[in-house]
Design a protein around this ligand. Structure first.
Ligand SMILES: [Zn+2]
Length: 475
């Protein structure tokens, strides 16, 4: 029993040190939640030769020593004495190693408590235990109802058509590379949004995400609570925006092209693209995001009532950005065509990332075009917002998931945009020209709950017009 346990600890430490060292990953509870919810396809993309080499180099020597050593049973007193001496010796070595840098080290530790999540294997094990105990606890409790008094507002009585509202949840798209964000001091290197630029979308250039990873951001952005007074347990233990919409009598469907809705769509109709029906967009394991649009078509053909459709993208999910777009979108070159980012230059990585963003531009444009086609049957609108950003080598950081308090803007600033058909704008008396001037103001994921209720004219005592981005433009 002792040897497998020690071997396991060595492996955990080696794996954790790879991610901490290469990508700046901190093993806090929310990161462990991500690890636990990862699916096979995601995990496979992370098993690169570089990863295997690193783990082998760090883990094999101690595993070899462990394998060769013989465990002996000793009388209790002697065993305790040997252990105490060993622990003292280990502490001495640690103290000697830290001695030269202790002043810096203790200061850093005090100012950046997050650093404790870099201690392996203690941090990943502690975080894992915490997540599992929290989940076991949460599973026994019913979710707190939210907005049960929701009802459709006055505009619905005079509407001539049903409403079709699409919410697109983006993945790992960051504001700094979003082509439409050519305002203020920012200017993306590449034009990543040529198709959206030709459609009358309303772009929000200054949007902050609630978290730096999917497991935090997705539940938080659909919650009433948001980042304002962030409480992970309260958010996970409460109903979401989608429940409020259902309380008002709207049909809600969640179409997922990723590893699930992170608890947001509990009790909500769910679907995902079927690879068998879309061989040109799916490789058997994963589908390109256009599959979300194609798989939704049948739903829109059959449905004739009001519908809120959520499309959960795979978006710019890394590190294999080059797998997120079809060959025709390999526009910015040279690209990084390897899951192991250390094999590529920063320029190659950024090019692949931007190609994936260019493809999201296309998917969103296709979605808007589909809504335009349906304009005779529905009043249609679309809102897109990404869940969190991504580091692409700034300050030596890659990927995302840094604790929120120390996360760089690359990980917390996200693109957001809206498109409203004239029928939808008219029925809700929203002035798109006014929205365009308002859109430059800073916004956050906290605005989503109230803005969607505002746009859909859903009334409830918990709706706060001060957080509804469209309220100043509604007459
Ligand atoms: Zn994400």
């Amino acid at each position: 029993m002792t040897k497998p346990l020690l071997g396991g600890l060595i492996l955990v430490a080696a794996v954790a040190s790879y991610y901490a060292g290469h990508f700046g990953v901190y093993f806090d509870p929310s990161m462990l939640r991500n690890v636990l919810r990862t699916d096979v396809a995601e995990a496979r993309e992370l098993l690169t030769p570089g990863f295997v080499l690193h783990v082998a180099a760090l883990a094999l020597p101690p595993l070899f020593v462990l394998q060769r050593s013989r465990l002996r049973r000793r009388p209790l007193r002697r065993a305790l004495a040997i252990r105490s001496v060993s622990v003292m010796f280990a502490l001495l070595v640690a103290a000697a190693a830290l001695g030269s840098v202790f002043k810096d080290f203790s200061g850093q530790m005090r100012n950046h408590k997050e650093l404790r999540y870099l201690i392996t294997p203690a941090a990943p094990l502690w975080s894992m235990a915490r997540v599992l105990s929290r989940e076991a606890q949460a599973a026994t409790l019913p979710r707190q109802p939210i907005g049960t008094d929701a009802r459709l507002g006055a505009s619905w009585a005079t509407a001539k058509k049903p409403a079709l509202f699409v919410i697109v949840v983006g993945e790992t798209a960051r504001a700094a590379n979003w082509g439409l964000n050519r305002v203020g001091g920012q200017s993306p290197t590449h034009d990543t949004t040529p198709e959206l630029a030709r459609r009358a979308v309303i772009n929000f250039p200054e949007v902050s995400s609630c978290g730096t990873n999917t497991e935090v951001s997705v539940p938080c952005m659909f919650s009433l609570q948001g980042r304002r007074d962030y409480d992970e347990d309260a958010i996970r233990g409460s109903e979401s925006l989608l429940d409020t919409l259902q309380h008002a009598g709207l049909r809600v469907v969640w179409n997922d092209n990723q590893s699930g809705c992170k608890g947001v769509c509990t009790g909500i109709e769910r679907m995902r693209p079927d690879p068998a029906n879309l061989p040109e967009l799916c490789d058997g394991e994963r589908c390109l995001d256009e599959a979300l649009v194609e798989s939704s078509r049948s739903l829109l053909r059959d449905a004739n009532g009001n519908l809120v459709l959520v499309l959960h993208q795979l978006g710019n999910h890394g590190p294999a950005y080059f797998r997120r777009y079809p060959a025709g979108f390999r526009h910015f070159t040279p690209t990084c065509d390897d899951e192991d980012l250390s094999k590529c230059s920063r320029e190659q990585i950024a090019n692949s990332y931007d190609n994936a963003l260019l493809y999201t531009d296309h998917v969103l444009a296709r979605s808007i075009d589909l809504l335009k086609e349906l304009a005779s049957r529905y009043d249609t609108a679309l809102l897109y917002v990404s869940d969190h950003g991504e580091s692409l080598g700034e300050n030596g950081l890659y990927l995302h998931g840094l604790p929120y308090a120390i996360a760089p803007a690359e990980q917390t600033r996200v693109p957001m945009m809206m498109w409203l058909s004239s029928g939808f704008a008219a029925r809700n008396r929203v002035d798109p020209a006014c929205l365009r001037t308002q859109a430059d103001k800073p916004a956050t994921h906290d605005n989503l709950y109230h803005t969607v209720l505002g746009l859909l004219d859903v009334r409830t005592s918990v709706r706060d017009d001060a957080l509804d981005l469209t309220a100043p433009c509604r007459s």
